[in-house]
Write a protein that binds this ligand. Sequence first.
Ligand code: PHE
Ligand code: FE
Length: 273
Amino acid sequence: MSADGIAGGPPPGARADWTIDQGWERYAPGEHRVWITLYERQAALLPGRACDPFLRGLEALDLHRTGIPDFARINEELRRLTGWTVVAVPGLVPDDVFFEHLANRRFPAGQFIRKPEQLDYLQEPDIFHDVFGHVPMLTDPIFADYMQAYGEGGLRAMRLGRLHNLARLYWYTVEFGLLDTPEGLRIYGAGIVSSRGESTYCLDDPRPDRLAFDLMRVMRTPYRIDHFQEVYFVLPSFQRLLDDTLQDFAQIYRRLESLEDLPLRGSGPAASE
Ligand code: PHE
Ligand code: FE
């Protein structure tokens, strides 16, 4: 996602919208190997765990063929399917820049890949998280529309001073969302599908709560970024997500002014954000 409070303009070498060339021909063989290792691990885990739209998107984009994928090649297919493109950025970008890209159906993806000793965790989203995690869902027409609407909604939430509430919606859907299907719970969140540990934990571990998706509740629930989630929200369908978020959030933000944040679980004191 985007970074809070980055001051000033783009770093040297980046364009005004923070994009850079991917420079695909400059990745080292060891960097391609990191991609292939991560890809193979997740591709083995995810059938029967990730939802069909994710798995179909992964196939359609053929994200394993060359090691780290070339955005130019991904974009030919993605543009044809839903009109989205992936653009390279050096790392986290300011909120307004991030939302502006989404509103124009461009997904900003980190250009760099993690080091071999960071296979299981790194704080900043790299190309594996951003492309393997996020891009397959952008091939789904409904989810593709939701992501664009989220970008427009982000710009608006900034103007209304409610970005902290809207960011929770992104967190509990785009990053850590689960989907209810006739075959059982399935993953669609990018933060889960790109993590070996969490892609089994979120479905199999008895500890986390798995609550039915409720927009108001999501916006009142803080989250932790340094830990597997203590709560997941389960959607009945992506259409439901799109329908719920079509409403005018200015009214929702007004209601939130007089409501407190909810504890992460049970009725104890709220866990701190
Ligand atoms: N409908 C929201 C608004 O009025 C915009 C939005 C759409 C936000 C989709 C998030 C996701 O601000
Ligand atoms: Fe992400």
